[in-house]
Ligand binder design. Sequence first.
Ligand code: IVH
Length: 672
Amino acid sequence: MTQAASREDYLELIRHLNELAYQYYVLDEPLVADAEYDQLYQQLLALEGEHPDWVSSDSPTQRVADQPLDKFHPVQHAMPMLSLGNVFSDEELQDFVERVSNRLGKAGMDPGTIDFSAEPKLDGLAVSIRYEQGQLVQAATRGDGTTGEDITANIKTIQSIPLSLRGEAVPAVFEVRGEVVMPRDGFKQYNQWAAEHEEKVFANPRNAAAGSLRQLDPKKTAQRPLAFYAYSVGVVEPPHEQTSHSEVLRWIQSLGLPVNHLNQVVQGAAGCAAFYQHIGQQREALNFDIDGVVYKVNDLAWQEALGFVTKAPRWATAHKFPAEEATTVVENIDVQVGRTGSITPVARLQPVTVGGVTVTNATLHNEDEIRRKDVRVGDTVFVRRAGDVIPEVVKVVLAKRPVDTQAFAMPSHCPVCDTPLLRIEGEAVWRCPAGLTCDAQRKESIKHFASRKAMDIEGLGDKLVEQLVDAGLINTPADLFQLRLSQVSGLERMAEKSATNLLAGIEASKDTTLPRFVFALGIREVGEATALTLATHLQTLPAIMAADTDALLALPDIGEVVAQKIRQYFDNEDNQAVIQALVDAGIHWPAIEVPNESSQPLQDQTVVLTGSLSRMTRAEAKQKLQALGAKVTGSVSAKTTLLVAGEKAGSKLTKAQQLGVRVVDEDWLLQQ
Ligand code: IVH
């Protein structure tokens, strides 16, 4: 846009950007490429820079407030936010539909023909958002149903919630209700980021959504990948004309708010039951947690006739999925030895079905956790399983504790190699200090060496590593490269074909990269990111092995502890011998290009990588960016200058667009 842009042009640009956001978030049908949106957003920023007095409250630049709140203020709901009754079986569902039918009292009505709006029951936080004259003016949590908390500033940071309603005919007052959730992909990414940055890691997406909405600083909330789905209206003035709930949902969507695409109108108990089955089958694959489905009588006049019982409507009910928590008995408590010697107590359980899956083991994390929960052999405990997370013991049912139990005592010696265990001050875990002379650590470190992000040895799974170690065929990763066909095919359940494939996989893995190799060594505290830092900055294996603590501390993101672990690892003669044997076996990698000023077009740029890449691994992309001079960080912030977005880029892309950050794709990076 040129200097001559008028305020009208500016408002038109906002309208256009908001429409693009609607297409993207609500209809899931983007109209333009990200880069184009980005360019328009930049124009908007430029105009607002030139004309600060023009800035309109529904500009996408106005989502994140500068000032943190000192507390959340109470909000009285003009219309209470209700809860729902429950049914837990098809029989109870049948009863519910019959009750509805009987109450409606229409002679000769077949309950099987009653229309219901069937919807997923999202597992997040209920909120009510109020628009006046089309502008978002207030958002509140459900609270006790009557009084909630004012979370307007946080709700505004959610990209899919419009700051102003769409269309010409917007009601003077419009309250929309729905659920704020953290999508599963965003949850995983966020937790990963949080773990790396010593921020709070959340137990599940629901807690993450709740924690995010309870942030006093909206800037923080803006960094959390939240989504919203509307499921009903509150106060609407003047009253709307829709006569069914499904029409209301369509209307809500046309006003610009996201409505869940799984919602469906079904008939009678049979239709509801089929919907329950159908959603149950999709549950694992969905990108958000649900804890059941909801059925609502679709006809609004009938809803009114049915009315309410205390806090829940008679015209709706929730049909819950089997719980993700169950109780069972602890049969034993074992300890497991990890790759770095960490000792993890594990509860062996009487088999129990949790959320449809049989669980026999649950982690007890560490000594402090076990002591805090006081879990004992013989105890009845609550076990929780959430998504693909390892099941954990939540708490003990003390009332059911047998009389003769004993508090759990950590073993004093390694259960595998019998070396006395150590617990370093300030650390939560006990460790077996025997290193690679301990069979358990030997197995785990070889598994790590072979794993996908390390040497990526095809055909070498965990079971096979155990077999090879148990058979005495390998002691260190270097021994893998000396294996002969006759040895491997002699193993139990190993056909000649698989043995040949395994050796081919081992051979192929020799062609690797320096960051992968360094990561594969399994140095404590050296994850993929640190391995990459070491490789890109120090460039050769001898240089990495020789770097003293000061040289290590000079590298980005390497602190005292990590530097110390790296030195300890390379100072150990056994480790040096293994590395030498690996190099002698022919493991090799391409030289790391030495960057010079002229080949560093991304100097001074702070870059974030997101989405999935198809032609390079994330680590490779990161290495390339760093070689180009960029600083690569994990999350999008005001400091970010460039976002490399792969397929299915999610919240980071959104955030970057919101902040007006330049966005490029994988092709672009490959061409640099
Ligand atoms: S309707 C009067 N629809 O479930 C009806 N609620 O136990 C009020 N929820 O607090 C709610 N998905 O947070 C409704 N599709 C859906 C829902 C849903 C999730 C939650 C909501 C509410 C709780 C009711």
